[in-house]
Ligand binder design. Structure first.
Ligand code: AGP
Length: 610
């Protein structure tokens, strides 16, 4: 979604804003823009369609400079990705606004403001914000009060950065639904949608709560809560450094993040395992009491995180015998649902700011769940703060839009949940101990999968000129097939669908011919013989099979089947291992197709609007 960066300082903020935008670009990359108050006190604006680099060149050419400014990278919702729709939006050269989120009632506000003489120059919902604030400024209110009054008109979700030509010493920030963070400096303050954007200038942050309005001056900041009362929000020191979001020696963030998985998995396990199981209390104080009462589990998530939830449902039902439901959050939030008895609610999200997942959590909190657990990668996110229990994935910042290390660390965290529940629900200690050993061996096994990069690159050559692909799996490897198909769609734009292999003959087999590659996740387990029959069905119809297995001998490799061996691990955990070759297959296919791997078209990293 859109990204906001703003700064008020004693030095020139233009380079800070440009660097911040580069670091936010993964959130949205349709267009970008900035407004800086120049030394004459004028609001100077530059905007550009496309990547931040285009804006950076334009800004360098125009010599924009000043000590107060706001900037934005856009992911279009209302109005196409054009320069006139790019933020910041102005009202009368006097007020400038950047916005992340959606003003749902913008049409009514727009009609009203138009009728009262305000002129609109864009198709966005954001422009009403600038004019509404201007309206109150014209009535004699200062900027803070004008923003406060204006926001009372808005419904929807929004994070705002606002500056006024008449008030060169303040930057106003508002948070309602969409994330916004204050960065604290010495003699300077910043705002941004995430801390990555501010790491080059500070490591001290204040997370705004919903309804907060903040007034930032060069040497102070003040926060008012939703009731207009001054509040102190805690200051958080981040251990992340500016370099955490660099590509390093890798060509793309996605490739770097794929290769970080052994380390990320090791860090997600770090400090949580005892020799015979999972340490008590890893989900926070009081969590063991809740886990002991659990008789069922409801998982909610979106996209890749939803696929992690699906894998976990096989584990929870298969290993513990506890009923487990998984649903995409955008469906769950809008339907009446029956709560299972003594049910633990689990939400899974890399960002912890996904609008649908957050809304589903908030709605479910009204229901009769035992408690809520967030599995998340961002400690200060809304999802974490609003859940009763937390199990952090320690993947580190994930910048590539296509989720990779976040997924494998979610699976690891979910397996820790299974072992924690297992302690209260009859998982034999010897079994738990063996799982602990297998978990500890995962990073080394992942390293071995990464060494398959070159043969996987060769497989990708058979995929890159195709328009469609089928992915098949069985059991807990079916969600891995779903995730593989999602990765391929997202970054190579090849149409890909995943099916449980047994479903093939119930319809999708009709699609199979020489132009339909079929990618199969085929560990040697109790379902392998069944799966082999499914492969024969494909082979008999001239289909080309790409098979990832831990037993090539059992499947063979010939003209119609290309098999690649991944290291054998316990069958329950092999879902984690089998994920990685599918990530590499998508990556190399996208490279061959020449698509924008880290910033695929139409997508955004953190989906903070509906
Ligand atoms: C993953 O590759 C996707 N870009 C997307 O499906 C993502 O997983 C989804 O939007 C959920 O995000 P979250 O994990 O941050 O909630």
């Amino acid at each position: 979604m859109c990204g906001i960066i703003g700064a008020i300082a004693q030095r020139d903020v233009q380079p800070i804003l440009i660097e911040g935008l580069r670091r936010l670009e993964y959130r949205g990359y349709d267009s970008a823009g900035m407004v800086v108050m120049d030394p004459q006190g004028r609001l100077q604006r530059e905007r550009s369609v496309g990547k931040v680099e285009a804006l950076a060149q334009r800004v360098a050419g125009s010599g924009l400079t000043g000590t107060l400014g706001i900037a934005h990278t856009r992911w279009a919702t209302h109005g196409g990705p054009t320069e006139r729709n790019a933020h910041p939006h102005l009202s009368g050269e006097r007020i400038a606004v950047v916005h992340n989120g959606i003003i749902e009632n913008y049409q009514a506000l727009r009609d009203d403001l138009k009728a009262r003489g305000f002129e609109f120059t864009s198709d966005t919902d954001t422009e009403v914000i600038a004019h509404q604030i201007m309206d109150y400024c014209q009535q004699g209110h200062d900027l803070l009060e004008a923003v406060r009054r204006a926001t009372a008109h808005f419904s929807g979700a929004y994070a705002l950065g606002v500056i006024s030509r008449d008030e060169p010493d303040r930057l106003i920030a508002v948070r309602e639904g969409s994330p916004l963070i204050i960065g604290l400096g010495i003699g300077e303050h910043f705002i941004a949608s995430d801390i990555q954007a501010m790491l080059p200038v500070t490591q001290r942050f204040v997370y705004l709560e919903n309804g907060d309005i903040a007034e930032l001056r060069r040497d102070s900041h003040r926060i008012l809560d939703a009731d207009g009362q001054a509040v102190d929000r805690p200051v958080t020191e981040s251990s992340l450094t500016a370099g955490a979001a660099d590509r390093g020696r890798f060509r793309h963030f996605m490739l770097k993040e794929i290769h970080e998985q052994p380390r990320a998995v090791a860090e997600t396990l770090e400090g949580r395992l005892a020799p015979d199981g999972v340490l008590e209390g890893i989900m926070g104080p009081g969590s063991e009491e809740i886990l002991a009462q659990v008789k069922s589990v409801q998982i909610l998530a979106c996209g890749t995180s939803y696929h992690a939830g699906l894998v976990a449902s096989y584990w929870i039902e298969g290993l513990l015998g506890l009923p487990c439901r998984v649903e995409v959050a955008s469906e769950f939030r809008y339907r009446r649902h029956a709560v299972l008895p003594d049910c633990l609610l689990v939400t899974i999200s890399q960002s912890g700011e996904t609008a649908d997942s957050l809304a589903a959590l908030r709605q479910a909190r009204e229901d009769d769940y035992l408690g809520s657990l967030a599995i998340c990668n961002v400690p200060e996110s809304s999802l974490v703060r609003e859940s009763d229990m937390v199990l952090m994935t320690h993947a580190g910042p994930e910048i590539g839009v296509a989720s990779t290390k976040a997924f494998t660390t979610q699976l690891v965290a979910l397996f820790l949940l299974v072992l924690s529940l297992g302690r209260h629900h009859g998982l034999a200690p010897a079994r738990a101990q063996s799982f602990v050993e297998q978990l500890r061996a995962l990073p080394a096994a992942l390293e071995k999968v990464l060494a398959l990069d070159t043969p996987i690159e060769r497989l990708a050559m058979g995929l890159a000129d195709k328009h469609h692909a089928l992915f098949l799996g069985r059991g807990c490897h079916y969600p891995i097939a779903l995730e593989g198909a999602l990765k391929l769609k997202e970054i190579s734009y090849i149409h890909a669908e995943a099916y449980p292999a047994g479903e093939l003959k119930h319809g999708p087999l009709a699609l199979v011919d020489a132009d339909m590659p079929v990618v199969v996740v085929a560990p040697n387990n109790h379902l392998l013989e069944k799966l082999k029959s499914n492969l024969e069905e494909v082979r008999a119809r001239g289909g080309h099979l790409m098979v990832f297995t831990d037993d090539v001998a059992a499947l063979g490799s010939d003209g119609a089947i290309q098999s690649l061996a991944v290291p054998p691990v316990d069958d329950w955990l092999s879902a984690i291992i089998h994920t990685v070759p599918l990530q590499l297959l998508s990556y190399h296919t996208a490279i061959l197709k020449g698509t924008d791997v880290d910033q695929p078209r139409n997508l955004a990293k953190s989906v903070t609007v509906e």
